[in-house]
Design a binder for this molecule. Structure first.
Ligand code: ADP
Ligand code: MG
Ligand code: MG
Length: 335
C-alpha cells in the first residue's frame, strides 16, 4: 500500500539531559509511531532523573549521598548497576582519563549544575585536596546490585557517557517495539535505526541517515557523515558548557590527573554502534595528549574518531576519514 506514496513520518521532541531531544520515526502508522515516541520520552526522563548526580531524589544522588556518609555497600537498581559496571570498564580501558568517579572535581569547578558557573576557578589547594583523596572508578566494586565503595571521596557523575548510554537504551526500546527506521538526536549526539526510509517505502529502504559534525568555531558544520543502520555519532564539546575568567576559558571536561579543565581540544566526535562506548571515548580523547590519541582509541575499541583542536586543526582516524566527503577528507590530518 505504501508503494509510490509518501511514507508516514512522526517527529517528537522532549527536553531532557539539559538539551532538546528529537526523535523521528519513519515508515510505521502514526499511532504506533506516536506511542513509541512517547515511550522513549518517558524512558529518557526516567533515566535522566535516576542518573542525575546531585539533584535529590534520584537513584544516583542517593548512592552518592550514601558513599559520602561512608556507608560502604549500597543496593542499587539493575539499570544503574549496569551503567556503573559499564562506566567502570570504560574507565579502565581509558587508563583513567574517563573517570565518572570525579564528581567532586566537577562540582568544585561549578559544572555540577544545570547552568554553567559564572565565577572564578577554585583555589588550587582545594583541587589538590580532592586529588589527594584519589577518587577513582576502581574504588568501586559492583557485585550484582550491590555497590561497594572503598573511598568516601568518590562522587559519581555519569555526564561523560550518560547520553550515549541512554540513547542505547532508547534505541533498544524502539527496536523492541518494531521500529526499524528512526533517528534520535540528543543535542548533537545522534543514534540511528535503519535508514531514512523514503517514498517507495518498505522498511529500511531509502537513503542512509546523514548527520553533521558541528563546527565549534562558527555556525555550521565541518563535515557530514552518512550513518549505517545502528550507528551513532557522539560529540564531546568544550564550546558549550564553560565560563570565562580573566580572559581564560574553563570548560566542563576535566583532566582527572590535574583536576583542571581540558584546554587544547575543542571537540571530539566518535562514530560507533555503541553509544556508551563512543560517548565515553569522546570524553577520554578530549583529555588525552595528542601522542596518546591512537592508543586510547584502540584501548577503548573505537575506530572512527574526529578531533578538532583549539588551533582549528582537524585530525581523524583513517576509518573516520573514509566516511567523510572527499573535499573534507583531503583537509584532515590522520592520526
Ligand atoms: P558533552 O556534554 O559535550 O557531551 P561529554 O560527553 O564529554 O561532553 O560530558 C562532559 C561531562 O562529563 C561533564 O559535564 C562532567 O559531568 C563529566 N566529566 C568531566 N570530565 C570527565 C572525565 N574526565 N571523565 C568522566 N566524566 C567527566
Ligand atoms: Mg556527551
Ligand atoms: Mg562524552
Amino acid at each position: 500500500a505504501l508503494w509510490g506514496g509518501p511514507i508516514p513520518v512522526h517527529r517528537d521532541t522532549f527536553y531532557v539531559f539539559g538539551t532538546l531531544v528529537e526523535i523521528e520515526i519513519r515508515g510505521v502508522p502514526k499511532t504506533d509511531a506516536r506511542a513509541a515516541a512517547t515511550r522513549v520520552g518517558r524512558l529518557l526522563r526516567e533515566v535522566h532523573d535516576d542518573w542525575h548526580a546531585w539533584r535529590p531524589g534520584g537513584a544516583l544522588s542517593r548512592l552518592n549521598a550514601a558513599i559520602a556518609e561512608g556507608r560502604t555497600t549500597i543496593m542499587v537498581d539493575p539499570r544503574l548497576a549496569a551503567v556503573l559496571h559499564r562506566g567502570q570498564h570504560l574507565s579502565r580501558a581509558s587508563g583513567g582519563l574517563f573517570d565518572p568517579a570525579i564528581g567532586r572535581l566537577v562540582a568544585l569547578w561549578g559544572f555540577h549544575a544545570d547552568t554553567p558557573p559564572t565565577g572564578a576557578p577554585p583555589a588550587p589547594d582545594r583541587i589538590a585536596a580532592v586529588l589527594a583523596e584519589r577518587p577513582r572508578m576502581t574504588d568501586l566494586s559492583i557485585e550484582g546490585l550491590a555497590v561497594t565503595s572503598t573511598n568516601p571521596a568518590v562522587q559519581l557523575d555519569l555526564g561523560g557517557f550518560a547520553k550515549g548510554a541512554a540513547l542505547d537504551l532508547a534505541a533498544a526500546e524502539l527496536r523492541a517495539m518494531g521500529i526499524a527506521d528512526a533517528v534520535l538526536n540528543a543535542g548533537g549526539d545522534v543514534h540511528v535505526l535503519g535508514r531514512h526510509a523514503g517514498r517507495r517505502g518498505g522498511r529500511t529502504g531509502g537513503r542512509p541517515w546523514r548527520v553533521a559534525i558541528r563546527d565549534p568555531f562558527m555556525w555550521g558544520a565541518v563535515a557530514a557523515v552518512s550513518l549505517r543502520p545502528g550507528e551513532g555519532l557522539y560529540t564531546s564539546g568544550n564550546y558549550e558548557r564553560y565560563f570565562d575568567h580573566d580572559g581564560e576559558r574553563f570548560a566542563h571536561i576535566i583532566d582527572p590527573r590535574t583536576g583542571t579543565p581540558v584546554r587544547h581540544i575543542v571537540s571530539v566526535s566518535v562514530l560507533d554502534t555503541d553509544g556508551a562506548r563512543a560517548d565515553a571515548a569522546a570524553t577520554a580523547l578530549s583529555v588525552a595528549d595528542a601522542g596518546d590519541w591512537a592508543r586510547v582509541a584502540a584501548a577503548m575499541a573505537v575506530e572512527a574518531v574526529l578531533i578538532i583542536t583549539d588551533q582549528g586543526e582537524i585530525w581523524a582516524t583513517e576509518a573516520m576519514r573514509n566516511r567523510l566527503d572527499p573535499q573534507i577528507a583531503a583537509t584532515v590530518r590522520v592520526f
